[in-house]
Every structure is written in structure tokens, then in C-alpha cells.
Design a protein around this ligand. Sequence first.
Ligand SMILES: *[C@@H]1O[C@H](CO)[C@@H](O)[C@H](O)[C@H]1NC(C)=O
Ligand SMILES: *[C@@H]1O[C@H](CO)[C@@H](O)[C@H](O)[C@H]1NC(C)=O
Length: 509
Amino acid sequence: MIFSRLVASSLAAASSLFLDAAAFAPVAKSAISTYSSTALSGPLRRNTALPAFIATSDDAPRNVQSLEEWCTQYGVQKIDGIQLYTEDGLDYQMITTADIPAGTTILYVPGEMVLSSDRVAQELNSISDGGVDAAVQQLGRIGGASSIPKFYLFLKMLMEYEMQENSSFLPYLDAMPRLYYCAVSMTDFCYECLPPLVFNLSRTERVKFDNFLQVIKKVDIISDYIKNNQEVLKWAFNSVYTRTYCHKDGQSADDVALVPYADMFNHAAQTEVEVYFDADGNCMAYTLVDVPANSPLRISYGDPTNPSFIFARYGFLDESSPAGFCKMMDIPKTEDNVNMGMDPPKMLFYHDTGDISQEVLDVVLYAKVLTKQGYSQETGEVRRQFYEAHMNGDEATKAQIHEQYRPQVMKEILNHCNTFLKSLEALEKKSEGKSFDQHPRLPVILQHNEWVKQTFLKVKSNVEPLVQQYEAAGGGGGFGGGGGNWGSNDGGGWDQGGEEQYYYEEGYQ
Ligand SMILES: *[C@@H]1O[C@H](CO)[C@@H](O)[C@H](O)[C@H]1NC(C)=O
Ligand SMILES: *[C@@H]1O[C@H](CO)[C@@H](O)[C@H](O)[C@H]1NC(C)=O
């Protein structure tokens, strides 16, 4: 659960080790004076009966009740009405059974329970004989520098897992999900069913996992038994990657945190709640809007117009997503094109209406229609004018050039839709006759592909009549040459050497 505000610098000020009983003090924050004061002091240690062994197999149950008891015992406070709700015992979400006005602090998790990567790094380095640092250095060298904070949390999860009944975080670990649908849990067959963008995003997630596995060999605080246990390694990786809060402004994300209980909010495009950290590293959640009783309380895991990223990382389709990237992956990321709007979060097709964002229209005109080979000098001149008008905010000139080339732009977009829909159809065929028992992630993949397909069909149904009109009128469209060749490699998009492709970088999220 990412991208809520984390006041990174302040976490350093918080006391360092979790296992230090003295670090625990009763909680009494003025900001949360509405709470009943149930906080206890004492060592961070479970007192509830738990299985002696945390199972990590897909079908292992989540022990959420012990989590609740443990949280209450160690000072997690919430206002009346906030509770965890589940329909299937697998997926839990936070809801409220009481009306809550906007701006109410609804949840408080004391800093001592927060697993911040900065503090975890200190802790791990203090018990390691250099192995942790050697692994981290290597991770940096193999291109995983931005994953280092999460790597520390990953190691912490493994270390606590290995301690089993002696871990102070056992109730937290034992309440984690086991069954994941995200990229790292997908099989090779799953990958075959992914369209290019989400394929690339999923590979990117998998590469992070592979990097962790490569460097963990150097770590001296984890046993070889754990290092070779794929199931546990995946579980720890998924736990970290689907639950950590990061810096909102993204790029460097140099402090991230796992927060028991506060990591139970689900995602929505329209959120009810935001999470933040105070100067002492305590975590709080407050309402952004008036929330009526019996509603979900949700945060944002990432840009709602990037359902493919959310799918790759979290393993679910955000049906509330208003729009998605138009999947034009064959447009070079040149400075001109980027200035023109060549940025996935801006190049959108809208799901319900089939509307096309202005950036798509601008980029298609500039980078495709006016760029095709064999064009006259005159076209080159128009292209230059269009660019200048765009950069100078001269909307009238832009509109006039758009008007002139509208048939070609529409035809280009229609061709793109057709090519893309054809590739989706091919992917759909692959899954025919496959059993969902054998491929439990297939339904979510199909659901994702269907969402994309419906979006493209909507766009197509808007654009096609226009193109037919233009053609009947005898104008435009004479430029042929379909919507690019990005889709020529079905499973592909990530291995097409040479061709510059566009993709969502992690920093974008
Ligand atoms: C937990 O601690 C006890 C006592 O030190 C030890 O005997 C036991 O092996 C530990 N369990 C694990 C899983 O490390
Ligand atoms: C995804 O696409 C980008 C841009 O083409 C490429 O640099 C990156 O390596 C790809 N990622 C994977 C994991 O294939």
C-alpha cells in the first residue's frame, strides 16, 4: 500500500529497536483524544496462542484475530466503528460501521510497531557481520539501487519468519495474505496471456525478485534453509511489495515502512482515507471525506489511470479506474514527443465513454501523422508550426492544424485499436480450455484483458464512424500504414531490441 505521505526525515528521530521493551510507552496523543485509552505498555511480544509454525502456502489461513489482539495490546487505537471485514476469509478490508466526518483521525499505530526501512537497516546491520551490507552493495551494482529500502524489509520479514514463535511480529506475519495474483506469483503460462504493457510491468516486478534472490546469498543473518525456500521468499517479497508505504513524491523512496493494521486499507480510485506519519514516526489515518456507516475505507495504491501497473504489482484489477494508457508503445521517447505529451499517465483512453485524451491526439498528430516518411517539405513545416503552437500555448493554431489532419489522426487511432484488439483476441485464444484450478491467476488476467478490451472497443466505436464519414467524403486517410508495429510480438514488448518503447517507470506509480 504505497504512496501515502511518509515523513522520512522524522523517522530517524524515533527510537531504534523494536525488541527493546523500554521503548514502549502508553500512548496518549492529543491528536487522538477521541480514542478510548486502551494502550498497554510492555514488551512487544504476543500473548495469544498461535500455531508454532507460520504456514506460507497459498491455502494457509490468515490469523487476523490474533493480529487484532496484538495490535490492541501494543497501542494501536482506532475510533469506534472501524473494523476489518472479510467475505471469504482471504481478503480483508477496513470498513466503518459508524458515520465519520471528514478530517477525523481514525487510526493510530505507534511508531514502535512501524517497520521503517531506515530503522530496520540499522537493526540488520548491527547484527550482521557485513553480509547484509555486501548484499546491499551488490543489489546496487546489478541495477536494484531503488529497491534497497524494500530489500531491508524483505530481510526483516525473513528473519522474523525464521524466528517463528520467538518473533515479536509473529501475529503480524501470521495475518498476512498467502495467496497472491501479482506478477511474482504468475507462472510462465500466465505471462503468455499478458498484453505487452502489463507483460513488461510484470517482468519488471519479477526482475526485482530475481535480483533479491541473487544477492541474498551474501546475507549472513538468514539461514540457507530460508534462502532456498521459494515459497517463503515469494511470500516475504509479496508482503513487502504489496504493503509498504512509500514517500509520496516517489522518485527516491528512500524510506519505506510496513505498518501493522494500517496496511489493511484497500485501494480505490476515489479514496476515503489518507495515511500519514508524524514527526515521531507514529502512523495515522484520517478521513478525506464524510464517510457514511457501512462503507469501505480506502486509500490509493497508485495512479488509478494505470490499472496495468496496479494489476502487475498487486494482482487485482481496479474496476473503478476511469481510464488507462492508450498502449501506443511504438512512439520514441524523444524530447519533442515528451513535450508534446508523450507520457503514459496522460495518454489515456477513457473506459466508460471511449474518450481520448488531448495528449493522445497531439502525439498521434505530431509523432505519427506528421512524421511519416515520404512527407513533403510542406508537411515538415506544418509539423514545426504545430510544435511551436503547442509550446507557446497557441490553441487557435493547434486547433486549426488538428482540424486539417483530423481524418488521418482518427484513422491512425482506429488502426491502433484494431491492431491491439487483434492481439488481445490472440491472447484470449491461448487461455481457452485451460482450467482455473491449474491456473488460479488466469481469471484475474482475463478480467484485466477484458477491461482493456472494453475500453478499446468503446474508443473504436466512437472513431470508426468518423473514419467512415471521412472516407465517404473522399478526404484524408490516404496515408495508410496501420497503427504501428508494437504488437507484432505477442507475448512481447519487453524483448524487442532496438525499438524504443514506452513504459511506466516505478517512480511514476
Ligand atoms: C525460540 O527460542 C527458544 C529458546 O531460546 C529456542 O529453543 C527455540 O529453538 C527458538 N525457536 C526458533 C524457531 O528459533
Ligand atoms: C520494459 O520496457 C522498457 C522500455 O522498453 C525496457 O527498458 C525494460 O527493460 C522492460 N522491462 C523488462 C523487465 O523487460
